[in-house]
Write a protein that binds this ligand. Structure first.
Ligand code: GLN
Length: 385
């Protein structure tokens, strides 16, 4: 138990600094190739950067409306219609946020109350559970079934009870790279029917899906959609994670509550980038092509690692490749990642960090959203182990 001065009663006494911050700092300190924190090293599209600069010069530098610029919200609604066939109302059902993580936090703070139970499928992105705790709710951890990181729906049915307020899903999934199938969404749809459960669907990797698979959004299922908040991120789509901009769709009644929180967390998101993104959303071949670009990187990295002692797990989506290091050592995954960074010059994320109980399956996560020459160098180093 950490010690606190008497004037502090920590709301998250066991919470440390995120593993992404920790590993990126370690990578920088030791000048290692950073395949830990998930971010692309390709440049944001030049035309998009020029648009941001142009809008700044033109004077688009004051507060945007609290929920986001209507121009951008209209473009996003058109995109959702085109991709998933659903018509959201731009005024009342879409909110521009400071990245996906803030949308998730605002949603949980707005909709989870004291003692509400929230089902989190683990391994899980690290912001979900602390947000639930801060809202006064109780995270309930449901283990995905290895090695596919799939959902056992019969077990899920038994897991749900009268206090279940929310289920958080993440598709494509960080960190495992698994994706949900039509059947998965149909099961979820059945489970939710007739129950007062909200679905928070984190779909920030929607465009990173491989081998011809289609992204199954909750938006495709009318009953699910009517009770879902769906979160997206521009950072992953336009190589601009540092701009911290994302958005969420939700039916009006849910959006109304989310905005009550959003307005006091950040009030609104910066104006020139919203203008630029709204213009750039017309360039649909950019996002439609992402799956080809990343599939090539995934395959390139896997091939380069084929002679290593690592065993790669299937990656069907996202820009993360899981690898088992059972054949190398039995040490715990955090220590192994530290050693990998310091001694071998490649940083990765230990998967136990995505588990509440720090389950250690001797699996680590590499981010392959990197230039080929970087992946090549990293693979060379990893093959030497
Ligand atoms: N989503 C990214 C990841 O999983 C990083 C997010 C963060 O650093 N907070 O690596």
């Amino acid at each position: 138990m950490p010690e606190f001065p008497s004037y502090i009663s920590s709301k998250l006494p066991h919470q440390g600094t995120t593993i992404f911050t920790t590993m990126s700092a370690l990578a920088n300190k030791h000048d290692a190739i950073n395949l830990s924190q998930g971010f692309p090293d390709e440049k944001a599209p030049r035309a998009l950067v020029s648009l941001v600069a142009q809008y700044m010069r033109k004077g688009f530098n004051q507060y945007a409306p609290m929920a986001g610029l209507p121009y951008l919200r209209e473009q996003l609604v058109a995109k959702a219609k085109k991709l998933y066939g659903i018509k959201y109302n731009p005024e009342t059902e879409v909110t521009i946020t400071s990245g996906g993580t803030q949308a998730i936090n605002a949603t949980i703070m707005a909709l989870v109350k004291e003692d509400d139970e929230v089902i989190i499928l683990q391994p899980a992105y690290d912001s979900y559970a602390p947000s639930v705790v801060l809202a006064g709710g109780r995270p309930k951890f449901f283990d995905l079934t290895l090695p596919e990181y799939s959902i056992d729906w019969d077990q899920m049915k038994m897991f749900i009870n009268g206090r279940t307020k929310m289920i958080i899903i993440n598709n494509p999934h960080n960190p495992s790279g698994s994706i949900l199938s039509k059947e998965d969404l149909q099961e979820l749809d059945k489970i939710i029917a007739g129950r007062d459960i909200i679905v928070l669907s984190d779909e920030v990797y929607e465009h990173l899906i491989y081998d011809g698979a289609q992204h199954e959004s909750v938006m495709n299922y009318p009953n699910l959609q009517s009770k879902s908040v769906v979160v997206y991120s521009f950072g992953k789509t336009y190589n601009c994670t540092g701009w911290k901009i994302g958005y969420c769709f939700a039916p009006e009644a849910l959006t109304k509550e989310i905005r009550k929180i959003h307005q006091f967390q950040v009030f609104s998101v910066n104006t020139p980038i919203q203008m630029a993104l709204a213009d750039f959303l017309n360039e649909e071949e950019h996002y439609l092509n992402l799956k080809n670009i990343y599939q090539e990187k995934r395959d390139y990295f896997a091939k380069a690692l084929s002679k290593s002692k690592f065993e790669l797990l299937p990656c069907k989506g996202s820009y993360f490749q899981l690898a088992s290091y059972q054949n190398i050592t039995q040490e715990n995954d955090f220590d192994f990642c530290v050693k990998l960074t310091k001694k071998h010059g490649v940083a990765a994320i230990p998967i136990s960090s995505f588990y509440q109980t720090k389950q250690d399956h001797k699996v680590i996560r590499f981010c392959f959203a990197k230039q080929k020459k970087v992946l090549k160098k990293a693979a060379e180093l990893l093959c030497n182990i």
